[in-house]
Design a protein around this ligand. Structure first.
Ligand code: PLP
Length: 459
């Protein structure tokens, strides 16, 4: 492959050399990196990133699903600079606060579903899910139902990389490392119609997948279940969009057994579906929502938990001290940047444009890829989409063993100046929300070329 990821050792530059010697890279094979070197990204603007070989790449993943506002916004730089000068740091522990955290909490509450009015700040999505694990267990203790401690999640879910986050997640390759999941977490089937739908209709499969929740509740005992956690659509699992019948059935089951609903909005929050939150898109009434990523468009690390009134009331009225928090909870510079980011999304009508204009266009153009000989399915909603690489459209037979086609397709995509991400044999995108129709055309054109080259490679 001509991809610059396969640089020869002789061509390593200074940054790559330092990186190889001293940086332990996340979600990477560090041994292979030492042979090939990492791609060095050194600037970004709009929907494009640039590497130090002069390559311009259309970032159809918005970093890690986070740069909703696009790269290079001077307004965010200015706000950060001002906040750095005024108050670069102070914590929120022990009865102190500061304006950026308080104003951001108010803003988030104004956008969230109406029954959600409190925000607990964290530094990331993983920390948000760790926080939820403790809040939920504390909630049921305070309610006098201390046996309600177990969480139900889904296979192939992603909820972060800390011990609790990875345990709540349903990624087998993560569980293999570090003896996860921890106790008290079980995983049910995912609503992945293309892979697991068999002969069922979408509707019947959606109900069946949701009913695996009820089966699990009855198996563990309803008095032992604290909460069900789920992404509204599975992101890192491969942009798995549940059939329309799925969420209504889940809601019915949760209400029947009085189990809390945690909707993980880390990817979906702040506009990705064309609504501020996917809970509004799917008409869900979560008890808790972890957020991060699009909250600051990734410009600075910040996350949080939006807490529904029912849980907040009990924790606050009956809970006394909540013995939990992070040094960087609601960091003033990150909070100021997040607030400005939200104001920009609002004042520039970015989310309305996604809803009414650019996301219908992206989905229409993306669907055209379904006609390609190696595409078994395209799917998506709002500003996320995925496609399945197959050898045979009818039998859904995969192109190569061990999901090798996904990695090859990603490399061709990179060489074509487009960042798509492989999840096994599924190629996914989640572009910045500010992407224009012309840039969507460029994205699709590059995707077609990439698919052609991938097909040729395996022929
Ligand atoms: N939840 C979801 C749905 C995610 O996609 C992610 C990250 O990709 C997380 C949680 C974890 O967020 P972070 O990487 O900020 O810890």
């Amino acid at each position: 492959m001509s991809d610059t990821l396969t640089n020869k050792a002789a061509s390593f530059n200074d940054i790559q050399t330092k990186d190889i010697k001293h940086h332990f890279s996340p979600f990477s094979n560090n041994k292979e990196l030492a042979e090939h070197g990492s791609r060095v990204i050194n600037k970004a603007h709009g929907v494009y990133i640039y590497d130090d070989n002069g390559n311009k790449l259309l970032d159809a993943m918005a970093g890690l699903w986070c740069v909703n506002i696009g790269y290079g916004r001077q307004e965010l730089v200015d706000v950060a600079t001002k906040q750095m000068k005024e108050l670069p740091y102070y914590n929120l522990f022990f009865k102190t606060t500061h304006a950026p955290a308080a104003k951001l909490a108010e803003k988030i509450a104004s956008l969230a579903p109406t029954h959600m009015n409190k925000v607990f700040f964290t530094g990331s999505g993983s920390e948000a899910n760790d926080t939820i694990f403790r809040m939920v267990r504390r909630f049921w203790d305070l309610k006098g139902q201390p046996t309600k401690k177990q969480f139900i999640s889904r296979k192939n879910a992603y909820h972060g990389s800390t011990v609790v986050g990875a345990s709540l997640g349903g990624m087998g390759y993560m569980h293999e490392q570090g003896d996860l999941p921890i106790e008290g977490i079980s995983h049910i089937d995912q609503p992945y119609y293309f892979k697991e739908g068999g002969d069922d209709t979408q509707e019947a499969f959606g109900i069946k997948a949701a009913q695996s929740l009820e089966t699990k509740i009855l198996e563990i005992g309803e008095n032992n279940i604290a909460a069900f956690i789920a992404e509204p659509f599975q992101g890192a699992g491969g942009v798995i969009v549940p059939p329309a019948s799925y969420w209504p059935e889940i809601k019915r089951i949760l209400a029947k057994y009085d189990i809390l609903l945690v909707v993980d909005e880390v990817i979906s929050g702040f506009g990705r579906t064309g609504e501020w939150f996917a809970s509004q898109y799917y008409d869900l009434k979560p008890d808790l929502m972890p957020i991060a990523k699009g909250l600051s468009s990734g410009y600075l690390p910040i996350g949080g938990v939006i807490v529904g009134d029912r849980v907040a009331h009990t924790l606050i009225e009956k809970g006394g001290d909540f013995n939990h928090g992070f040094t960087y909870s609601g960091h003033p510079v990150a909070a100021a940047v997040a607030l400005k980011n939200i104001e920009l999304l609002e004042s520039e009508g970015v989310i309305e444009r996604v809803k009414n204009d650019t996301s219908p266009y992206l989905q229409k153009r993306w669907q055209e890829l379904a006609a390609h000989p190696i595409v078994g399915e395209t799917r998506g909603l709002g500003m996320v989409a995925g496609l399945e690489l197959v050898k045979n459209k009818d039998t859904k037979e995969r192109i190569a063993p061990d999901a090798k086609a996904g990695g090859i397709c990603r490399d061709f995509s990179m060489a074509n100046g487009l960042i798509m991400r492989p999840c096994g044999d599924t190629m996914i995108i989640s572009p910045p929300l500010v992407i224009t129709k012309a840039e969507i055309d460029e994205l699709v054109e590059k995707a077609v070329k990439t698919l052609d080259e991938t097909a040729k490679y395996f022929n």
